[in-house]
Design a protein around this ligand. Sequence first.
Ligand code: PMP
Length: 395
Amino acid sequence: MSGSWESSIRQEGRVLAERHLFRSLTPTADAALTHVIRGGRRLLNFSSNNYLGLSAHPELQAALERAGAHGVGGVASRLIIGHSHELDELEREIARFKGTEAALLFSNGYMANLGLLTALLKPADAVFSDQYNHASIVDGIRLSGAKSYRYRHLNLDHLETLLKRAEAKGIKRKLIVTDSVFSMDGDVAPLRELVWLKKKYDAALVLDEAHAAGVFGPHGEGMAHHLGVADEIDLHMGTFSKAFGVYGAYVAGRKTWIQYLVNRCRPLIYTTALPPVIVAAIRASLRLVQSGHTLRQALHERSAWFRQQLMEAGLSINGSTTQIVPWVVGGSERALKLSQALAEQGVLAVAIRPPTVPEGASRLRFSLMATHTQADLIRAVEAVRKACRGKEAGG
Ligand code: PMP
């Protein structure tokens, strides 16, 4: 054991702890449901991305069991023998669902973003990324070595200034990348305006629909479909781990781009194919999502009610207009205390702290589910109000 490593790692841990930023793993049971068991308590769950409640759906469980009869593992990478007929069929289904020429299945959203950005971007290219884009986008950009321009959150003027700057430098290939629904704020990228800028500056536009896929769009296709700009997006990325309730991710777009990724995308090429049990569950989930209008409507209605309640209580929810509702409270210690106060009342909303969110903008993030009842939401709002009062009394 190396003593110098051990002591410096310990020291870094101590610094994190002093700033209330040290994390540890907490086992949680029944996380797919609206009530979890955590720390020996039964808590109302507002920290799951299982937005439509599909993760525990019997049709997904049955599909998974049937597929397991032919072997559980993915057995080889996609370019060797891991590309099964079922996986091939799923990719066609994804392309039909998204209205694109082709689609690719990835192990997860992190690898999809890392993979597509590192495959597309060369050091001579310029990439324009919203300040609050997901870490997998940030990491993909870093790894690509492309010239990186980070624009202020949702700020089109700033983006345009940066596009002009790149153009003045003679950079030819430009790529704009953004989350559609932002994971920590629940606000939405101005896609129509981004499409306008993309055209004006001859840039490509890549969209991460992780939190919108299954939730927005006439059949759950995502925010680009909801806003009527789907055909203008060069690559659509989304995950099957959130509203779809399974695991894995997709990238969809024109055939040329997808074929390019098959040849160039290292996180697609150098990893084992997703297991057939997961592929089967995704296919079942894709069917449920497309006919999930009632679930989506329930989710949107509950989210709108909940956002309204927090706003009426005078709390800051930033610009949320979706099922992700942050209660921004400031410092990380305060966020931890309020999360604890909610847990004491039986409500789970995990504190989100830097570096996931900016310094001074720690928050409790409420993720709503279509399966929450109105009574569940009333209970959460009461717990929030009580936690606020407790804070006033207790400082
Ligand atoms: N993009 C965004 C916007 C996300 O929120 C996440 C998940 N936190 C990912 C990508 C990564 O997806 P996955 O969990 O499937 O790796």
